[in-house]
Structures are given as C-alpha cells and as structure tokens.
Design a protein around this ligand. Structure first.
Ligand code: OOG
Ligand code: MG
Length: 257
C-alpha cells in the first residue's frame, strides 16, 4: 500500500469506528503537502462510497475569522458531503457515533446548475436554487480536536454531519442575516452570515474554484455548506440544538447518548 492509501484507511476507520487517532499520525504532518492531504481525503471518501453512500455536496471551512481563531488554522479548506452524513431537521443524533462532536451555524446553498471554475458572484448566484439555515456537525478524528492544515484536510475537514432547514428562494439579501445558535433555549453563539467572507456567496465562488482544482464539478442537486459563521460548540447528551436565522427560519436537532 502507498502512504496515501494507508493514511486514507486510517482516517476512514477512525471515522467509522468513532475512535480518535493521535495527531501527526499522517507522516508527521509537515511532510505531507496540501495536495497529498486532499488525495488522502478523496481516497478515504472513495472507501465510504464503496460501502453504499453517495456524494451529496461540498462543505467549505475556515471562511470566517471566528472559526480560524478557534482552531488556529487560517487557510480556507473544503470537504466532501455524503448521504450518510445527513441529519433530518428535528431529528436526533447519537453521541455514540462521534468522537467529540461540535456544532456550528452555517448557511447552505442548493444548486440547480453545474458550477465549476472561476466564476463571479453573480454567476454563482445564478446556479443557486435555494438557500437554507443549516448546522454542521464537525468531529475531528484527531485527539483533542487538534490538527494542522494537512491533518484536517485529510480527515475530510472534520465534517461528520449536517442538517438543513427550510429552503428559501435566493431572492432575498442573505449577505447579513442575524443568527442565534441555542442549546435548550439558551443562546450559545450569536452572529451573522456576513461573518462568512463578508458575504456567503464568496464561499460558493471559492467552492467552484476548489471543485475545478479537484476536477469534481459541483452538480445540480448538490448542497454547498458555506462554513461556520461563529465558533463551534461542543455537543452534550440531552441538548436540544436550534439555530434561527433572520428571515429564513430555523433548524434543529436533539442530542442523545
Ligand atoms: C475544521 C472544519 C472547519 C468551518 O465551517 O469553518 C469548518 C474544524 O473546525 O474542525 O467546518
Ligand atoms: Mg463547518
């Protein structure tokens, strides 16, 4: 097995078994290039697809300062969303499936047209069928949720679940929508979609560029998660998690042991 293949098996197994792996498992971190890290991610997800899941979209990460500061990584990154990561709005998630999950408020795009390459914000918007409030469940497979850029990229950029709320036509100005993430009715994070690169559409523009680099165009019917607008919050059993976004509604789930 090449290193890429064995590293891919390591991160895939860690995600599947919900067991943490030590930091620097992947050849000492610094010895991998970002390109190699994305190749590990692609290979690890290919194993998941072989088990029957299918690709449903893309997640962007480190598109807000709050997220970069919380994790100490300052480069934008992306990951692959698969059908087994979908959490129903109002559904429940079991902590048993994760290592040390966290949740973060995002906005999500549903695409109606293929999108790839260097596009303008207007071109990106013309590929959007709808937008919705959303939450991502991130769960780094690394001990203590600590990683370098290449570590986290190899680990599908920590993505492990996502929940989308009611879809809204993209005919509203979603550049600066207030949002509140609450646990059992108590606000935990307050922010705005403007925290996402100044305008979440810029995240979709970047997603199209990353998709071109990976030679995996964004497909009609896929969703693109724009990235956390605030720092993430750790999930604990017995918590009802809700995120309300100004003008477009709310999305929720419950955490069970
Ligand atoms: C990495 C993923 C970052 C976001 O929305 O910024 C991310 C992590 O924080 O573990 O999903
Ligand atoms: Mg995220």
């Amino acid at each position: 097995m090449t290193d890429i293949e064995s590293f891919a098996v390591t991160v895939d197994e860690a995600a599947r078994r919900a067991t943490a792996i030590p930091q620097r498992t992947l050849g000492g971190g610094a010895s991998l290039t970002v390109e190699e890290a994305y190749e590990i991610q692609r290979t690890a997800i290919a194993h998941r697809l072989k088990r029957g899941a299918h690709r449903v979209g893309m997640k962007m990460g480190f598109t807000s300062r709050a997220k970069m500061v919380q994790m100490g990584v300052h480069d934008m990154l992306w990951g692959r969303l698969t059908s087994d990561m979908v959490v129903e709005d109002g559904g429940s998630v079991s902590l048993a499936k994760y290592v040390h999950p966290r949740v973060e408020p995002e906005i999500v795009f549903l695409l109606k047209k293929e999108l790839v390459g260097n596009v303008t914000p207007i071109q990106a918007l013309s590929a959007v069928e709808a937008v919705a409030p959303a939450m991502e469940i991130i769960d780094s497979r690394y001990d203590n949720f600590k990683f370098t850029l290449v570590d986290v990229v190899a680990d599908n950029s920590s993505s492990s679940g996502f929940v989308t709320g009611p879809w809204h036509k993209p005919d509203i100005d979603f550049s600066n929508l207030g949002l509140v993430l609450s646990f059992n009715g108590q606000p935990r994070q307050i922010g705005s979609t403007a925290a996402i690169l100044g305008h979440p559409l810029r995240s979709l523009v970047s997603a199209a560029r990353f998709a071109a680099e990976a030679q995996e165009p964004l497909k009609p019917g896929w969703v693109v998660m724009a990235g956390g607008a605030t720092a993430a919050e750790a999930l604990t059993a017995g918590t009802h998690v809700e995120m309300e976004m100004q003008s477009i509604g709310r999305v929720a789930f419950s955490v069970v042991p």
